[in-house]
Design a protein around this ligand. Structure first.
Ligand code: 4NP
Length: 141
């Protein structure tokens, strides 16, 4: 079966779009689908944050075509792995799972939180990029 991976953060404009772009840059197999979503509905259909776009482009990753969306019940059926970027998102996802048997699909992308850079500066976005890049490399290996 096709491996389907969903990466989730709070707004789907800063961390998870970058995570999606980084993941896609490492995956060459066509049978892996990667997508990202938000727990909130704060930024429905918005482009990624300009600071995430900028740090991505600096590392040759173009996330400009992504649009924010909120996670929906069907995602728990459709994806086989759902990665939270931090503990708060992880706990929200466990509550949102429409069936108990889907809770095992929900995992942390790393054993420490990928810090929310929304109220931060460019350096915070670079730190998020580096953190995501290293934990995604670990996941793939
Ligand atoms: P993200 O960052 O969860 O990495 O997309 C945030 C984006 C927006 C907000 C918080 C975090 N917000 O409060 O609007």
């Amino acid at each position: 079966m096709r491996n389907r991976i969903l990466i989730v953060c709070l707004g789907n404009i800063c961390r998870s779009p970058l995570a999606q772009g980084i993941f896609e840059s490492y995956v060459t197999e066509k049978d892996i689908l990667i997508d990202s979503a938000a727990t909130s509905n704060y930024h429905q259909n918005a482009s990624p944050d300009h600071r995430s776009i900028k740090v991505g482009l600096k590392h040759n990753i173009d996330i400009t075509s992504q649009r924010s969306r909120q996670i929906k019940a069907s995602d728990f059926y459709d994806f086989n792995e759902i990665y939270a970027v931090d503990q708060s998102v992880f706990e929200t996802l466990l509550k949102l799972a429409p069936k108990k048997e889907f809770k095992h699909k929900v995992k942390m992308i790393d054993n420490r939180d990928v810090h929310d850079p929304y109220y931060g500066n460019e350096d915070d976005f670079e730190a998020v990029f580096q953190h995501l890049d290293s934990c995604i490399q670990k996941l793939i290996s």
